[in-house]
Design a binder for this molecule. Structure first.
Ligand code: SF4
Length: 267
């Protein structure tokens, strides 16, 4: 069965290439207004430059993850959606970001439920999972009315408690929540069990760092160096975070996470 929290581009009307606006910069080679198809989007709703996105200046496209929001909006919320229908497209644009936020929370809750946590917390996580699953099945009107910030504020403490419990075996883990670590020299650092929630690791040198059990929820890993780093058991690590970083065959991963194709072979 297809994982509903994993992007299935073949079942989507290319919403991530149409709905958001892009600003020309390091991630995108052009400016694109919201609710307008990217000029690289072909008639069959596939990217015309997909195999060479990085070479053509679109690395931002390679690291975007909708957590399955695209196919859900295309198939379930607006069945039969045609992105060329501008009247519907505006309605879609108001719903897609809500569904993406809910799907991301569902992904995080699912990752937390896979951890060993006390029974009471497991029950709270199960309730949160049910609520998020129910909300995402709403009509366009119901989805537009979802107070995403309120929902997120209810779910986040559960994720934090699950993370703390999972990291309790590490003595004095470093607290680097929200830290500005742009370009930081952390090669070989012992970051086991560290909290790196929301940290900015842009271009940080984490080669050979030990990140086992580190919590990287929402960390910005663009251009971070992960060659030889140990990321086995790293908490809330997404494939998109790996895709945004640099690494090599010596970077240690486990579970469903894959070495991105653009990573170097081991030195
Ligand atoms: S470059 Fe390709 S993947 Fe990126 S927005 Fe345009 S069509 Fe979509």
């Amino acid at each position: 069965m297809t994982d509903p929290l994993r992007a299935d581009c073949a079942s989507c009307a290319a919403l991530c290439c149409v709905v958001p606006a892009f600003a020309r910069g390091a991630d995108f080679a052009l400016d694109k207004p919201a609710e307008t198809a990217c000029p690289n989007l072909a008639d069959d709703d596939r990217c015309g430059i997909h195999p060479v996105l990085r070479e053509r200046g679109f690395p931002g496209c390679t690291v975007y993850d909708c957590f399955g929001a695209g196919q859900h909006v295309t198939r379930a919320v607006f069945p039969g959606l045609d992105r060329r229908d501008r009247t519907v497209l505006h309605q879609v644009a108001t719903v897609f970001p809500v569904v993406r936020a809910l799907q991301e929370l569902r992904w995080l809750v699912r990752a937390a439920r896979a951890l060993e946590v006390p029974a009471a917390l497991a029950a709270d996580l199960a309730d949160a999972d049910d609520e998020l699953s129910r909300r995402v099945q709403g009509t366009p009107e119901q989805l537009r009315g979802v107070p995403v910030d309120v929902v997120r504020a209810r779910v986040n403490p559960l994720l934090t408690r699950a993370s703390e419990h999972a990291r309790r075996s590490v003595r004095r883990p470093r607290d680097l929540r929200g830290a500005d670590l742009v370009g930081a020299g952390l090669a070989g650092a012992d970051l086991r069990g560290a909290s790196l929630r929301g940290a900015v690791l842009l271009g940080a040198d984490l080669r050979r760092a030990d990140l086992r059990l580190a919590d990287v929820t929402g960390a910005d890993t663009r251009g971070a160096r992960l060659e030889g780093a140990d990321l086995r058991g790293t908490l809330f690590l997404t494939q998109a975070q790996l895709d945004a970083a640099r690494g090599d065959a010596a970077t240690r991963l486990e579970g469903a996470l894959l070495h991105p194709a653009h990573w170097a072979p081991a030195a």
